[in-house]
Design a binder for this molecule. Structure first.
Ligand code: HEC
Ligand code: HEC
Length: 284
């Protein structure tokens, strides 16, 4: 039987131990959590086999994006020296993540959501690098990118500098903004105007189309508008949509909504995302 009736001094010690235990999550564990849940790197970087994502070769190169300005394939980000990023320094990896630049100076196509990653705290960047280095090296040469036009993405509004842990602690809306940004939710859920995402007037308004084997999925309006958006949904209903891919009426969400990844998010993190979504302006 567990007893919570311990003498006050010992009880205090226990609490301190629990708190520091949580903070003692290793960098690799934090990186694993970020890469495989919130940030869903595998949604692009893991190859898709006949039965879905090929987890034996996780993060060894994935989807090809064939757009008018470029044809690029999500890179092999395992530590294989020849075909992955094993020969890159920690600083090289961070520059690619937050600056969108490879060690040889070539800008990455903005499909790689680096515009959303400048907000990453130094600790979380360290964690992502530590985790990527802990992966098994997988040999997989992805096709060379073809750039017909160089496009450099500006940071997402509010994401132009790191938001450290201290600025987020105890501030659920800031934590929610941070998580929603690194999860690049608004990359898909922002309305486009004249061929460009409009992250101010179109923030959360939805409308972007994603064709695929599932037909065409249209990114939903996730602003608090009670009719066009999700304002009438309860917190639990919104969390279920994000983490289970099921709407309040029971209908399933189609890919590429990343719920198979968000499924592993902690309840506290999902709560923070919902708290932030309730603060954005309503759009119809
Ligand atoms: C929406 C899809 C998408 C997501 C999500 C994504 N990436 Fe990428 N990433 C790409 C694409 C596409 C490229 C290649 C771009 C190019 O060739 O110009 C790339 C390139 C990279 C590179 C450069 C590697 C090289 O060899 O050039 C790194 C490092 C990287 N991604 C890491 C990550 C990490 C870590 C995450 C998650 C935190 C992530 N990416 C999330 C699509 C994505
Ligand atoms: C890669 C693109 C993409 C990303 C990233 C993405 N979503 Fe989605 N999301 C979609 C699409 C597409 C739909 C609609 C799916 C459908 O209609 O079946 C959707 C649906 C939803 C819904 C259901 C709303 C409704 O009215 O049906 C919610 C809530 C949602 N997303 C929240 C989020 C949050 C929060 C994040 C970040 C943690 C996120 N999404 C990241 C593409 C994305």
């Amino acid at each position: 039987m567990t007893s919570w009736f311990v003498p006050a001094a010992a009880g205090f010690g226990l609490l301190t131990a629990l708190v520091s235990g949580a903070a003692a999550e290793t960098l690799v564990e934090r990186g694993d959590y970020l890469v495989n849940t919130v940030m869903a790197c595998g949604n692009c970087h893991t190859p898709i086999g006949p039965g879905g994502p090929d987890m034996e070769r996780a993060l060894s190169g994935g989807l090809t994006f064939d757009e008018p300005p470029f044809t690029v394939t999500a890179s092999n980000i395992t530590p294989d020296e020849a075909t992955g990023i094993g020969a890159w320094s920690d600083a090289d990896i961070k520059t690619a993540l937050v600056g969108g630049i490879r060690p040889d100076g070539t800008p990455l196509a903005p499909v790689m959501p680096y515009a959303f990653y400048k907000v990453l705290s130094p600790r979380d960047l360290d964690a992502i690098v530590a985790y990527l280095r802990s992966l098994p090296a997988v040999e997989n040469q992805v096709p060379t990118p073809d750039y017909r036009q160089i496009i450099v993405a500006k940071p997402f509004p509010g994401a132009d500098e790191p938001i450290p842990e201290a600025a987020r602690a105890g501030n659920i809306e800031t934590e929610g903004f941070y998580l929603t940004t690194i999860a690049h939710c608004m990359e898909c859920h922002t309305r486009w105007t004249d061929g460009h995402p409009d992250p101010v007037a179109g923030l959360g308004a939805g409308g972007r189309e994603f064709p695929g084997p599932w037909g065409v999925a249209v990114a939903a309006n996730i602003t608090p508008d009670p009719e066009a958006g999700i304002g009438a949904w309860s917190d639990e209903e919104i969390k279920r949509a994000i983490a289970e891919g099921v709407r309040p009426d029971g209908t399933p969400l189609k890919p590429p909504m990343g719920y198979p990844y968000y499924h592993g998010m902690t309840d506290a993190d999902l709560t923070a995302v919902v708290a932030y979504l309730r603060t954005i302006p309503t759009r119809q």
